[in-house]
Ligand binder design. Structure first.
Ligand code: AMP
Ligand code: GLY
Length: 445
């Protein structure tokens, strides 16, 4: 069980925040958190070139493995709340260590993070709690896998059990390709993450993302979103971390959301409680709306990227107080986040070659961009010796805008994108195609 101390150092102060992570997600969290007038300072560890542009924000650098130094720093900076962004430190138990040292942390312990860090654990968890998900088989050898693959009429989805930066899932077209993918995983393509393979029945339907901020027992939902995982237009090409998103998604109606709460969200939190897992953080439900109902494709123990960059501009000043209540285990359950009468959309500008090999180090030029209801969150950037922002990752910038309808939103996003350049810049022109009417695929005009 995660150790959630009852004698945490906080006296419900909310002045200094530490966000751990270096992506667009963490910058977007900082951007939403600074809206609260109580907040004095937001430290981002390590952040990226864009972090310092966010009001009240400052980057700090420190080796996360050096726990002693980290604890000293958190004490020295009088941090009231630590928000852990990425899955790896969560899975490694950073939340547990900080809580043991009496800090207030938004982010589950390593026990809760298992929902993401072990796909077989998550599938068994869902099966036991009768949470709708695709049928699955956990295998430990290629012989076991072959037996199951050949028994089925259609090729199965193949997944490495552990964390593989979103690259450990294969959707083969043939049984032979299933076997090849399984062999590659067992041969060590993803290191320890591939000691177990999960084979899954392939299900079909649109995918949506739902986020619940949890305090261990209660939860508050964020606006829904839809990500675009494939690299190319018309949802073709390899899977990526996410090429763009929009929020909220009309694919989840009010009625549908009630069903999702009753069949998926609440049974998940109840089942965590039954296992003595005190989950204080965000539960990310990757869902597929199939003909036979909505099913869980995956859980994540963190905010989605780029969904987070898309949703954060819709948050009001109370967002950070809800994060704090989650960390303290003190949600009342009736908290609401006032959502403006606006919609939000995000397109990711990537480096040429992403999600495979790509080069970094190219200067980024940003021209005359519209800043009203628009944000640019740096995702993979750094500074060169001339203090110039350069590309430093596959996903480089998150271009986000809000508006009254999705045509308006994406018109602004793509207009801003035309003002941004770096060598090899690539982005999808059809993000939001599901909800755009007039301007479909006009991104490049
Ligand atoms: P995951 O990392 O488990 O979310 O899988 C990555 C992507 O693979 C998902 O977003 C889906 O598009 C696809 N996928 C995963 N599992 C299945 C499944 N059982 N059936 C169909 N597609 C799947
Ligand atoms: N947008 C997908 C993810 O964060 O896993």
């Amino acid at each position: 069980m995660s150790t959630n101390s009852n004698n945490s150092k906080s006296s419900n102060n909310l002045e200094n925040i530490l966000i751990i992570g270096n992506g667009g997600r963490e910058n977007a969290l900082a951007w939403a958190i600074q809206k609260n007038q109580l907040i004095k300072k937001i430290y981002i560890l390590p952040g990226n070139a864009g972090s310092k542009k966010i009001n009240k924000s400052e980057r700090i650098n420190l080796d996360l493995q050096n726990i002693e130094e980290l604890i000293k720093k958190i004490n020295y900076l009088n941090i009231d709340l630590v928000v852990i962004g990425p899955e790896t430190p969560l899975a490694d138990g950073l939340g547990d260590i900080l809580r043991k040292n009496n800090f207030d942390v938004f982010g589950p312990g390593s026990d809760g993070a298992k929902l993401e860090s072990s796909k077989s654990w998550a599938k068994e968890f869902m099966k036991a709690a009768k949470i709708p998900t695709a049928n699955f088989w956990k295998v430990k050898s290629i012989e076991e896998a072959k037996e199951i693959i050949f028994k089925h009429k259609n090729p199965l989805v193949v997944k490495a059990d552990g964390l593989a930066s979103g690259k450990g899932v294969f959707i083969p077209e043939s049984k032979e390709a299933c076997i090849r993918a399984t062999e590659e995983i067992f041969k060590g393509k993803f290191g320890n993450a591939g000691e177990i393979v999960v084979l899954e029945e392939k299900i079909e339907g649109p995918e949506v993302s739902v986020f619940a901020l949890c305090d261990g027992k209660k939860y508050v939902l964020l606006p829904t979103a839809q990500d675009h995982k494939r690299l190319n237009e018309n949802d073709k090409g390899p899977n990526t971390g996410g090429m763009g998103a929009y929020s909220p998604t009309p694919l989840i109606t009010k009625t549908n959301l009630e069903t999702i709460k009753k069949e998926i969200i609440e049974p998940t939190i109840d089942a965590l409680l039954r296992q003595n897992i005190d989950y204080r953080g965000v539960l990310y439900f990757g869902l597929m709306i199939t003909e036979s109902g909505t099913k869980v494709i995956e859980y994540n123990c963190r905010f989605g990227d780029p969904e987070c960059q898309t949703i954060m501009p819709l948050m009001d000043k109370d967002f950070v107080t809800i994060l704090q209540k989650c960390a303290l285990g003190k949600l009342i359950g009736n908290e609401t986040i006032e959502i403006p009468n606006k919609l939000s959309g995000c397109v990711i500008a990537t480096s040429k070659g992403y999600p495979s090999n790509y080069k970094i180090g190219f200067p980024i030029n940003i021209g005359n961009i519209d800043t009203e209801d628009c944000q640019i969150f740096d995702s993979g950037t750094s500074l060169n010796s001339n203090n110039q922002t350069i590309t430093n990752g596959g996903r480089v910038l998150s271009i986000v805008c809000q508006g009254i309808d999705f045509d308006n939103v994406f018109e602004k996003v793509y207009k801003n994108l035309k003002e941004i350049s770096f060598e090899g810049i690539y982005y999808r022109k059809d993000i939001g195609h599901q909800v755009r009417i007039k301007t479909q695929k006009e991104g490049n005009n």
